[in-house]
Design a protein around this ligand. Structure first.
Ligand code: SF4
Length: 734
């Protein structure tokens, strides 16, 4: 086995100094050891900053980052202005990445847990940990499972996939809250109908002039916040030949995106597809827009009763008519299905119902419409695929049946991200060895036998095929260390490459000496990029300098094959829970600050006020002030929220911009681990949804009813602005 423990770490080159990088590219010079401030590296000039281009991994969007480093310490992160995903933008989570690196609760070495969830960790030498893993993998054969998330770097997913292929195990399950709540699987599946092939689509927000968003929180935490935030800026700008865009947001609770919209329509929960069906009918029967659009709308419009839809959706026929007319007359209208659509029953069909509007708009496969990210020009860099919840549930079933001997988990936290009824923790009891690569002990790592903490992204290498990509470009984001690793941790890719050398059948499939050799091998196969670079070494150096690879121009794309044949006739979503017992609709949303909950480990994010309520550091339950009055509830009153699946307790926040029949709760808090900042803070509302896969293999995030019980206790909210009471002029729209 290769001795990793005494090898030092990879030397990094500053952006803009290609010769330095080239000099550092031979195998010996790539490794340096950790130095403290008092012993700064020789080439460091005190107070002289360096900038490194790398990739943000606070979510899976793959934004480009520039890290400012002074005296060997990363001090500031900004968006990479060159990177086509975010073009210099960086969301709050991206900015807080320094606290991933410098978090005091990081696991600092390999460790063995003496009994699951005992929290008795015994540090072990890395060689011991890797040997134990190799032995377990060798005896497991094909009875190995890998569970990764959207933040697991693409190169590591590729290595895991090569490994599982080699030993005859199923491909890694790539499922986490970002993928599940973001609706990656139904969005991907529905692409087949309008774009001719499956894949996570890109919505051309920047080039659209009218957007109908069915609850897509693209200015919050939906799929690619910085990328879509940048696109939104373009949508609003009045460029030559394009009017300033007009945005209508339909959702039961005013989100960040709805607050920025020209019009927020608090649609009745679960009836979004009815709105789409009504608009199609009205376009088909009306005189707005081109004849072609009217004909296409006629193809997709079912036999609907507009008065009935108006009653079901709480949107008047006049408003539906206005939406239809504006959509038909717009030059580049766009319809976007968000979590209220992808988190319901028959989610793929529901997305198809919204996509029918995009077919009518005629903006498929190009700017201002929906398109698939073009494939990178080498097979080794295929666009990532994401699992549906059904795949995760199948793996849990295999674990429960004792069919899995070794489970490897990286970049996902199923013990937190899945409802308890999914049975993940219980299934672990029948798995021989659970290995976590988490850099901070999270809820899943609590159940691991072996902790092999990966380096965090600001000290590690990697690449990612950015999905969704933007501007029609295939984009490979590049990741490099911006500081020397803080602790004696070994990159997960190096752990796997080393362990695989002892595993029967795997060694020849993973022949690379180390992680960098693998990444360099792949990257140097790429053709000419937007920047000129000839020869493997220069190409590699420029990949690091620019923060990735992308061509200067988008490749020619062929018109997609649309196979959506006729009307999608779906009724309102089916809700779980008897309305007599559970009178309120539950509207979960992913915190725009904490994201999938991993941000809860970072105090900057904990202390950042939620953009709509200004609340920080806790979980709250949003309720319409009129409903609160009926129930004699005040801000801070602790309530128990129960669904047929579970119960949580949290304080009330009276929020005027929510329907009276709906309660909204942000996801992100409620951890029992994940650092001192996250632990025992707030509640995890994921426990209110069902862990049984819906008829589309997804989790029904948006279709649960709940009830409220006042607990007789009041806890002041950590709120930064005035409450509803303090502003007499506050307009309550219901
Ligand atoms: S959207 Fe935000 S968190 Fe996600 S990669 Fe981009 S900057 Fe990072």
């Amino acid at each position: 086995m290769t001795n990793l423990t005494r090898r030092n770490f990879i030397k990094i080159g500053a952006a803009g100094t290609a010769t330095v990088i080239l000099a550092g590219c031979d195998s010996d010079e790539r490794w340096v050891k950790i130095e403290t401030y008092v012993r700064s590296p020789e080439e460091e000039v005190a107070g002289n900053p360096k900038w490194f281009a790398t990739t943000c991994r606070q979510c899976g969007a793959g934004c480009g980052v520039i890290a400012r480093v002074i005296n060997g310490r990363a001090v500031k992160l900004e968006g990479n202005p060159e990177h086509p995903v975010n073009r210099g933008a960086l969301c709050a989570r991206g900015q807080a990445g320094l606290q991933v690196l410098y978090n005091p609760d990081r696991v600092q070495t390999a460790a063995r847990q003496d009994g699951r969830a005992t929290r008795n960790y015994e540090p072990i030498p890395w060689n011991t940990g890797i040997n134990q893993l190799a032995e377990a993998l060798n005896s497991a054969g094909s009875r190995v499972a890998v569970w990764v998330g959207t933040t697991t770097p693409g190169h590591l997913v590729d290595l895991f996939t090569r490994f599982t292929d080699a030993v005859g195990a199923p491909a890694p399950v790539r499922y986490d809250l970002n993928a599940g709540f973001g609706g990656y699987a139904p969005l991907s599946n529905a692409s087949e109908g309008v774009l001719g092939q499956a894949g996570l689509p890109t919505y051309g927000i920047g080039d659209a002039d009218f957007i109908l968003s069915f609850g897509a929180e693209f200015l919050g935490s939906w799929i690619s916040a910085a990328g879509y935030g940048r696109e939104y800026g373009e949508f609003r700008s009045k460029r030559i030949g394009k009017a300033r865009g007009y945005l209508v947001q339909l959702e039961p609770r005013m989100s960040n995106t709805a607050a920025s919209a020209d019009r927020w329509i608090p649609v009745h929960p679960g009836t979004e597809v009815l709105v789409a069906q009504a608009i199609l009918r009205l376009i088909a029967d009306g005189s707005a827009g081109s004849q072609e659009r009217r004909d296409l709308a006629g193809q997709f419009a079912g036999d609907v009763d507009l008065e009935e839809i108006a009653e079901q959706t709480d949107i008047s026929v006049e408003t539906l008519q206005t939406l239809a007319t504006t959509f038909a007359n717009a030059s580049r209208p766009l319809a976007i299905p968000g979590t209220p659509v992808t988190g319901r029953d028959n989610a793929t069909e529901a997305v198809n119902a919204i996509n029918a509007l995009n077919v009518v708009a005629g903006n498929l496969g190009g700017s201002g419409g929906i398109s698939l990210t073009p494939a990178a020009p080498i097979n080794a860099l295929a666009a990532p695929t994401y699992s549906n919840y059904q795949d995760a549930a199948d793996l849990i079933a295999a674990m429960t049946n004792g069919e899995i001997d070794v489970l490897l988990v990286h970049g996902a936290n199923p013990a937190f991200e899945l409802p308890a009824s999914a049975g993940f923790q219980a299934a672990l009891e029948n798995v021989g060895l659970v290995v976590s690569f988490a850099s901070i002990v999270d809820e899943t790592a609590l159940y691991a036998d072996l902790l092999l903490p990966d380096r965090v992204y600001l000290e590690g290498w990697g690449y990612d095929v950015a999905t969704p990509g933007f501007q029609g470009l295939p984009i490979v984001s590049g990741q490099q260390p911006v500081v020397t690793p803080l602790y004696d941790n070994v990159a997960a890719a190096d752990v796997l490459l080393t362990a695989a050398k002892s595993v029967s059948g795997a060694a020849s499939a993973l022949p690379w000496t180390d992680e960098v050799a693998f990444i360099k091998d792949i990257v140097t196969q790429l053709p000419e990029a937007a920047y000129p670079a000839e020869g493997d070494d220069v190409k590699w150096a420029y990949f690091l300098q620019h923060g990735g690879w992308w061509p200067a121009e988008a490749p020619e794309s062929e018109a997609p094959e649309v196979s959506l044949g006729g009307p999608v006739e779906l009724g309102p979503a089916m809700y779980e829970g008897d309305p007599a017992e559970y009178p309120y609709f539950l509207h979960l949303y992913m915190s725009p600050i904490l994201g999938d909950g991993s941000g809860a480990s970072q105090p900057w994010l904990q202390g950042t006020p939620d953009p709509m309520t200004t609340i920080a550091w806790q979980t709250w339950v949003e309720i319409n002030p009129r409903t609160a009055e009926e129930l004699d509830l005040d801000d801070g009153d602790i309530v128990r929220v129960s669904s047929p699946n579970g119960t949580i307790e949290a304080p009330i926040y009276r929020y005027p911009a929510i329907r009276p029949d709906t309660l909204a709760i942000p996801i992100g808090q409620g951890h029992e681990a994940l650092s001192r900042y996250a632990k025992d803070r707030g509640a995890n509302p994921v426990q209110l949804v069902s862990g049984t896969p819906g008829n589309d293999g997804n989790i029904a995030w948006s279709t649960v009813r709940v009830k409220l019980e006042k607990q007789g206790e009041n806890k002041p909210l950590a709120v930064f602005e005035s409450t509803v009471d303090q502003g007499e002029d506050v307009h309550i729209p219901f």
